[in-house]
Design a protein around this ligand. Structure first.
Ligand code: ZN
Length: 455
């Protein structure tokens, strides 16, 4: 799918934060909104790395209680002084125009113009990000310094935009696995030049998709959505209700390259396998990581977790929206996101998805006292030369808890060891005939909440 001249992304095994950052930098200049060419261009660039389907839903389509809006496109915008100089210029920053601004072409007195200007007096060098999707209006977003420099009696104002029947565009990629059970990964693609809020989630989803596609086998199927926030999620949900039954896990990915530790927000269900997997991984992935309870506000988890839908979808971010000063301003730029933070988020997601892929219940085939591990070469055998006592502890934990009623994740939770070490121990014990998959416990990957009936 790679266009001529487009450098191919690295093999998934070699992905680093620099790769995610490069994709962010590539998408950064595009002026996106909830509809229009900016979203299409963004999806076309993602398509070079992931063979997604780009879907168009016509304006006016009813989606639950909402209607797909008219399509917005913008070519140029400016405020000119009496010398004809652009004192505010869309070409310098697409944040200068309030998203969904209706077209304007006028000479107007300063006071009239000021009623359409948005600024951040306490951050004089930053441009705020504003939208007016659902009520027709126009506006410019300027730095406080720019605002104060506007002292002439009148200005020429132009917003060369169109708001017309068209469509809402989103990208979808389905990767089949051994089972129809799905894991949904969703990110929003509707913000203009903002890095942490939208682009970091996009880059993370793209590289997770490439990694998943490279795995030799996958138990789960995966569905990646690149959608405009709110209206895109509502549209997808309204048009794909037959898919809900297959969605067993989901993550909204956003704000993973900015400041702060990793923050996981639980699904409405609160104790779905995705919630437990994410909590477990974050607990081991670094100090300060945080688990938050569900609230009916935030990103598209609001829609996935609305009461009539109630999918087990949580959200992974760093410091959430509104809690860092750069949020929804021009300071959410290429300096705010770092390769290290992006890479840590990527690795954490891989670990979370590995739990979903490999959790399951096993049975100790030799449960009458401990089996003699030394005779089998299993003591000091895990982890090669620099064997760690934790690996032996992992083996003892698995042997003790593998009675068909406890999954590997439950054993990891109880032992305080990582899922990966428990899984490695289980694999080794399987090799030596000391463990077998449980026939009647929760099958591998079967969400625990189904077994307990509290889903
Ligand atoms: Zn936002």
């Amino acid at each position: 799918m790679s266009a001529a001249g487009t450098p191919l992304a690295p093999a998934p095994s070699a992905v680093t934060g620099a790769d995610l950052y490069r994709l962010i930098a590539d998408l950064y200049p595009i002026c996106r909104s909830i509809t229009g060419e900016g979203v299409r261009e963004t999806l076309r660039r993602i398509e070079r790395q992931l063979p997604l389907s780009i879907r168009e839903v016509p304006s006016g389509t009813r989606v639950f209680d909402w209607t797909v809006p008219r399509e917005w496109n913008i070519r140029d915008a400016w405020i000119k002084n009496r010398d004809g100089e652009r004192v505010v210029d869309f070409r310098k920053s697409n944040l200068h125009v309030m998203s969904y601004s209706t077209p304007v072409r006028a000479t107007m007195p300063l006071a009239e113009l000021q009623a359409h200007l948005h600024r951040l007096p306490d951050r004089p060098g930053w441009i705020p990000y504003k939208t007016s999707y659902y009520s027709e209006n126009w506006g410019f977003c300027v730095t406080d310094d720019q605002y104060r420099s506007l002292t002439e009696p009148e200005y020429d104002v132009c917003i060369d935009s169109t708001l017309a029947d068209g469509s809402l565009t989103y990208g979808e990629w389905y990767l089949p696995g051994e089972r129809e059970d799905e894991c949904l990964l969703s990110c929003h693609v509707c913000h203009p030049s903002l890095c942490n809020d939208n682009l970091s989630g996009i880059a993370l989803a793209v590289y997770l998709g490439r990694w998943l596609a490279s795995l030799p086998a996958r138990r789960l199927s995966y569905r990646l959505l690149f959608i405009p926030g709110t209206i895109g999620a509502i549209t997808w949900l309204a048009l794909n209700q037959k898919t809900f039954g297959a969605i067993r896990h989901g993550l909204v990915l956003t704000g993973v390259g900015g400041p702060g530790p990793l923050v996981y927000k639980r699904s409405r269900r609160g104790n779905a396998l995705i919630d437990r997997a994410a909590a477990h991984v974050l607990e081991h992935a670094g100090t300060g990581n945080e688990i938050r309870e569900f609230i009916p506000y935030g990103y598209d988890e609001r829609q996935y977790c609305s009461p009539g839908i109630n999918l087990p979808v949580g959200r992974l971010s760093r410091t959430p929206y509104q809690e860092y000063p750069e949020y929804h301003t021009s300071a959410d730029n290429l300096d705010l996101v770092t390769e290290d933070r992006l890479e840590q988020a990527y690795r954490a997601c891989q670990s979370i998805l590995n739990v979903l892929e490999h959790d399951g219940a096993y049975v100790n085939t030799n449960p009458m006292c401990e089996p003699q591990l030394g005779r089998r070469g299993l003591y000091r055998s895990l982890g090669g030369a620099g064997e760690s006592p934790a690996s032996e502890m992992a083996m003892l934990w698995v042997l003790n808890q593998a009675d068909g009623a406890h999954t590997l994740l439950e054993i990891a939770e109880r032992s305080g060891l990582t899922f990966e070490s428990i899984r490695a121990a289980a694999a080794l014990l399987m090799e030596h005939g000391l463990l077998r998959q449980s026939a009647d416990g929760p099958a591998s990957g079967e969400p625990m909440e189904d077994r307990r009936g509290n889903g």
